[in-house]
Design a protein around this ligand. Structure first.
Ligand SMILES: NC(=O)c1ccc[n+]([C@@H]2O[C@H](COP(=O)([O-])OP(=O)(O)OC[C@H]3O[C@@H](n4cnc5c(N)ncnc54)[C@H](OP(=O)(O)O)[C@@H]3O)[C@@H](O)[C@H]2O)c1
Length: 160
């Protein structure tokens, strides 16, 4: 069975999205997202799929979770919950990257052993959130950065 890893960028008030978009732009974080996920299977909700400017994400197997059994899109492998059988979709793969959004993180959080978190040190308005109990997790890595326009953020690895 593959290890489930959540990859998520979260504002200090828990916000991850607003109106179908991520409410900040951190180009270095997009590069980190690409590096973390490249070559792996990524699992996302249908709304996150819709939000992607370029789809499918190249170089990755794109699994899209939807309740709509007839849903199809070029480059996407449709899946349902809780029936999703990752051992079938990702045989022999060491990790599966869960890339959002809010509903999909909530579903996979109890099964995850690692979170690759980007903490954005600012509060944003939003309608999608990622909230979890930090005390369940051990911080194993932290790297702090700032964007050219002064937004502070940190890459944090959490494991349990
Ligand atoms: N900051 C970040 O790291 C990050 C990452 C990813 C996304 N986001 C943001 O998050 C927001 C999207 O998150 P969201 O919570 O609105 O949507 P989402 O989790 O991306 O997708 C929700 C969809 O997943 C499907 N789904 C959910 N539960 C299901 C279940 N039990 N069984 C089958 N299908 C199920 C449904 O698709 P159907 O409606 O087709 O049935 C549902 O509409 C956007 O603003 C996006 O930009 C942020």
């Amino acid at each position: 069975m593959s290890e489930i890893v959540l990859v998520v960028a979260v504002a200090e008030n828990g916000v991850i999205g607003q109106g179908g978009k991520i409410p900040w732009h951190i180009s270095e974080d997009l590069k980190r997202f690409k590096a973390l996920t490249m070559g792996h299977t990524v699992v996302m909700g249908r709304r996150t799929w819709d939000s992607l400017p370029r789809k499918p994400l190249p170089g990755r197997k794109n699994v899209v979770v939807t309740r709509n059994v007839g849903w199809r899109a070029p480059g996407a492998i449709p899946a349902t919950l809780p029936e999703i059988d990752l051992s079938y979709i990702t045989p022999g793969e060491a990790v599966v990257m869960v890339i959002g959004g809010g509903e999909i993180y909530r579903h996979f959080l109890p099964k995850a052993k690692r979170i690759e978190l980007t903490e954005v040190h600012h509060a944003f308005d939003g309608d999608a959130k990622f909230e979890f109990n930090r005390t369940d997790w051990t911080e194993t890595k932290r790297e702090s950065h700032i964007t050219p326009d002064g937004l502070r953020y940190s890459y944090v690895t959490l494991t349990r």
